[in-house]
Design a protein around this ligand. Sequence first.
Ligand SMILES: O=C(O)CCC(=O)C(=O)O
Length: 232
Amino acid sequence: MKVSDSPTLASRYDRDGFVIVPDLLNGKECDRLKTEARRVLDEHAKPGASVHVHVAVVSPLFRTLAEEPRIVTVLKAVMPHGVMFLSDKIVYKSPEKTFPTPWHIDSFYWRNTRPKLSVWIPLDDATAQNGTLTVVPGSHRRDWRIVKMGTPSGEFQYEITDADWRDGDVVTCNIKRGTAIVFSDRLVHGSTANTAGKDRYAIISTYHAPAADEAFDLDFPARKVIVPACAR
Ligand SMILES: O=C(O)CCC(=O)C(=O)O
């Protein structure tokens, strides 16, 4: 991405609450990361888990990914107050783990902390059939207050129950592996079910502006300032 693209990217992010950046990683990089994601799940996740947090804590490859210059260039465009990595997680769907991720906003998971955004990168081509991300453009501008406990797997605890958008408002992100979706922690999003009988690995890395640790941050040992506020 050219630096000259930054204002457009930032204004789209502001307007929609997300931005899609095609082909951020190449196929070879996705293959390597997918193999590493499998290792992390096998060696560190609860048996049968489809979500695993703190990937960068146990994986040098994912730790490097969190600071990948191509990702940081995009983050700098949408984060005017600097960039701090908080944590990352693998979300895995498969022929056995078919569940659609319920509609939610991530800030439900970290109430009363400073704003954050996440970068969602599928390591397999992601389609409506294998559980790609779904987003509601502009939904980050509203308050979504009514929530209930979520999926049967218990891995997503919150779900919006006052959804009033129409099907036509939803963007189903059919994207190639290695494409990134950068989205606000106030954007309503979920995923389709995986009915394709195929794997769908994704890595989600979360960032916020550098600041003194809040109590919430202390649970994330891989947190790290990547772009100090004054370096911009
Ligand atoms: O990868 C997915 O299915 C969606 C994950 C998600 O929405 C999240 O972790 O906030």
